[in-house]
Design a binder for this molecule. Sequence first.
Ligand SMILES: NC(=O)C1=CN([C@@H]2O[C@H](COP(=O)(O)OP(=O)(O)OC[C@H]3O[C@@H](n4cnc5c(N)ncnc54)[C@H](OP(=O)(O)O)[C@@H]3O)[C@@H](O)[C@H]2O)C=CC1
Ligand SMILES: O=C(O)C(=O)Cc1ccc(O)cc1
Length: 432
Amino acid sequence: MEKEILEIGLIGLGDMGMMYAKHIVKAGWKRVNVCDIPSRFPQLKEQLKDSGMNVLLDGHAVSRRSDFIIYSVEAENIGKVVEIYGPSTKVDAVVGGQTSVKEPEILAFEKHLPDDVHIVSFHSLHGPTVDPKEQPLVMIKHRASKEKFDMAKRVLSCLESDMVELSYKEHDRITADTQAVTHVAFLSMGTAWKTQQQFPWETPQYVGGIENVKVNMALRIYSNKWHVYAGLAIMNPSAKTQIHQYAQSVSDLFKLMIQEKEEEFSNRVRRAGDFVFGKVIGDREPILLSDLYLDKFSLSIVPKENRKPNSHLSLLAMADCWYTLRINPYEHMVCQTPLFRLWTGITEYLFRNTEMLEEAIQSALYDRDIRADDMEFYSASKGWAECVDIGNMIAYKLRFESTAQFFEPRFEENNKLGKEMINLITKKTHNE
Ligand SMILES: NC(=O)C1=CN([C@@H]2O[C@H](COP(=O)(O)OP(=O)(O)OC[C@H]3O[C@@H](n4cnc5c(N)ncnc54)[C@H](OP(=O)(O)O)[C@@H]3O)[C@@H](O)[C@H]2O)C=CC1
Ligand SMILES: O=C(O)C(=O)Cc1ccc(O)cc1
């Protein structure tokens, strides 16, 4: 009955908005009102004429008649868009948003929505091409009665995601670590490869299991829309501290490496490893059982026997950053994205594997070939951290797009492998 009466509205019909709308229609909600910017109205009306969606001209039309309105626009635009359409919200409706960072969204809702509407925000912790089933979905009951919150949960239950209730501040603090820092690490790898005009699949340091994760996930990020990553890094007030520390950890370790200060370097790495992984080893099954699992996801043309050891500066710095900020990544698994899980998985893999860790420390200190790569990685991570710190969206876009262009020819093939890799790691998550 409810599915026939209640009207669900979506403002913003990009990748995520469309994914939500399709699931909601499929679940049997009969009145799903959607819009994108007004200039796309004629094209969307034609394209979606048999979709079961009711395409409307703009956010005013959606807001006036919908009982549950979902904003699914770019984080940098949320303030402006809510300012325009918020005052048209139907009395007693529930309003939510799907942006990746919650503070700007909640502030926009508080500022521009009438007092007689409810606010329930949320965030699917995966991209639009990942099956939402059993992926985390953060639910934020910000200003809502229990009855309205339950209604929002009933509508979103069609995603079959695992709902986690948090406050918006908790959400931003945790995702600064699970998402923003992870992205900076992968973005920096991409920038470093591009600066050297080096394709990692042609390079002997990037052969084998955990290297495949680095290459694949870095390219996966660069194949997506820059505004998603820029928004969640630049607009999240907690992200700056964590990204700054990651770049600082890269810098501190790199300085010790080039000075060949073996004892200090190796003590610092082991201290971080003990703090982050010391207690978990023995207590829980590793995220990645074996890097052999990941061997089949290679883009590499270099035979495995020609592999060269890698210093894994990016992973050593991650552990150092967690240690310095006293962050336990396992406590953040409630907000894990597939990327964060893979990233934590390969870091854990390195630290659990004594031989591999020793090899990484030795190559970090004494392998001069690797220093060139690590120097570029150091400088790329500094550049990304500065860009986020200054908060310049245009600089972020230019940095992002110039590297994306370099890798573009490999996106299609890479994303096929990435999808399989994410399926594998997701299956393992739910077997735990
Ligand atoms: N992509 C991802 O992996 C994930 C993204 N998110 C979040 O979801 C949100 C949407 O991301 P995503 O779908 O990927 O991005 P898209 O760029 O694909 O979609 C955003 C859409 O909003 C539209 N839009 C902008 N202004 C208005 C307006 N005034 N009225 C109506 N529509 C408008 C845009 O239109 P146009 O482009 O024509 O201007 C665009 O179609 C972001 O906040 C992102 O952070 C959350 C989880 C995962
Ligand atoms: O897994 C990741 O971190 C991604 O890159 C996909 C993504 C991007 C933005 C989100 O808000 C949630 C997921």
